[in-house]
Design a protein around this ligand. Structure first.
Ligand SMILES: C[S@@+](CC[C@H](N)C(=O)[O-])C[C@H]1O[C@@H](n2cnc3c(N)ncnc32)[C@H](O)[C@@H]1O
Length: 232
């Protein structure tokens, strides 16, 4: 049997390994993120909420919501935001949050067609085994005219920032994670998966190929994170 505390997913992104790895980081997930991002995670979540232009009364899916830390920020808009994730450990760690939580796989969402006014995924798409299928599944559950926002690590646009950031990812981040996280090895996977991830333009093409219209992106923190927006 796999020990959740020691599992680190590989870039193959086997769904059982990914879920198990997140089960292992769940207990200290929120605080680890804030420490490793120097508090920037809060600004990135706010920017995601603004980009979605949510209205009170709308129904929104926050996919790969984990502990619901991204969901509560979105719920400040007055919309009803449903958190979905396939890691029972992450959902359990966020049970205290007052948001609806559903266990579900991004590749087979447990929702009918065209039910959400908007859908979003923050720092989750990179972990999904089949990105194209997940983008198509997000589109299936979105109403015609509904909005998508993907918040994900991306490629820093300034060369000097890119060099410093890569050094941080590969050297400092795993070391800091050892003192904060409940599963430091998972942060080696984090660094590797960020390096292997498509840049802004490549991700925009993937989103458009999944059938989304009007794809645009905006860089946050010099492109360390990018917000991609599109319409169903
Ligand atoms: C880095 S966390 C992001 C959590 C939260 N959205 C945030 O902004 O902090 C990534 C989440 O993606 C989830 N995940 C990865 N692959 C998934 C899949 N196929 N279906 C559902 N959730 C998935 C993991 O379980 C994990 O909770």
């Amino acid at each position: 049997m796999m020990n959740a505390q020691t599992v680190r997913a590989t870039l193959e992104k086997d769904p059982r390994e990914v879920a198990s790895m997140f089960d292992g980081v769940a207990r200290r997930y929120d605080i680890t993120n804030t420490v490793l991002s120097f508090g920037q995670d809060r600004a990135w979540r706010k920017a995601t909420r603004r980009a979605l232009r949510l209205q009170p009364g709308e129904v929104v899916l926050d996919l790969a919501a984990g502990t619901g830390v991204s969901t509560v920020e979105l719920a400040k808009s007055g919309a009803t935001v449903v958190a979905a994730d396939f890691s029972q450990g992450m959902l359990q760690a966020g049970r205290w949050r007052k948001v609806p939580m559903v266990a579900g796989d991004a590749l087979h969402l447990p929702f009918a067609d065209s039910v959400f006014d908007a859908v979003t995924i923050s720092f989750g798409l990179r972990n999904v085994a089949d990105i194209d299928a997940a983008l198509a599944e997000l589109r299936r559950v979105t109403k015609p005219g509904g909005r998508l926002v993907v918040c994900e690590f991306s490629a820093p646009v300034v060369p000097v920032l890119r060099t410093g950031y890569m050094e941080y990812l590969m050297k400092a981040l795993p070391a800091v994670a050892r003192s904060v996280s409940s599963n430091p090895d998972a942060y080696v996977y984090l660094a590797e998966s960020i390096r292997a991830w498509p840049d802004q333009g490549e991700l925009a093409v993937k989103i458009a190929n999944a059938g989304w219209s009007g794809v645009q992106w905006r860089n946050l923190t010099g492109g360390i994170v990018a917000l991609h927006r599109a319409t169903c």
